[in-house]
Design a binder for this molecule. Sequence first.
Ligand code: RP5
Length: 162
Amino acid sequence: MSQSCVVGVVMGSRSDWPTMEAAAAVLDRFGVPHEARVISAHRTPERMNRYAADAAGRGLRAIIAGAGGAAHLPGMLAAQTAVPVLGVPVQSRALQGLDSLLSIAQMPGGVPVATFAIGEAGAKNAGLFAVALLATTDAELAEKLAAFRREQAEAVGDDPRG
Ligand code: RP5
């Protein structure tokens, strides 16, 4: 039987998947049960409202939400659930993601969204941050995260000439 999802990876459009799959790849690597869904704050507001309303009851411990442009999805999810929302600004065509970043980061006091870097690095780090959150109550996951950090450090050579 498959384990129930503890992290939701959601995004405003299928066009966000090439960015957001970096978050899903991290969760795969660490064996964290997760789901991926397209949910648009503007085009499918009812789907968004339902997702937020059901998140805690379904056992989600974090929601990684990516969107580009007028990136309202992370904030509007956070407005409707106490499950931590990790926002990923997707690089937009018109303004290269600065619009996405500001839309996600500039939340009013009282409704937090943890905001990551624009694009793939942000998605990867949101995945790692979700792992770190879960690792606070999961010793096995904490050890996997420590091993990942060790491997990452070992992969960085100290000779700049290669
Ligand atoms: C946002 O608009 C999405 O998150 C996406 O980044 C952007 C463009 O969406 P598409 O027009 O490619 O569907 O809502």
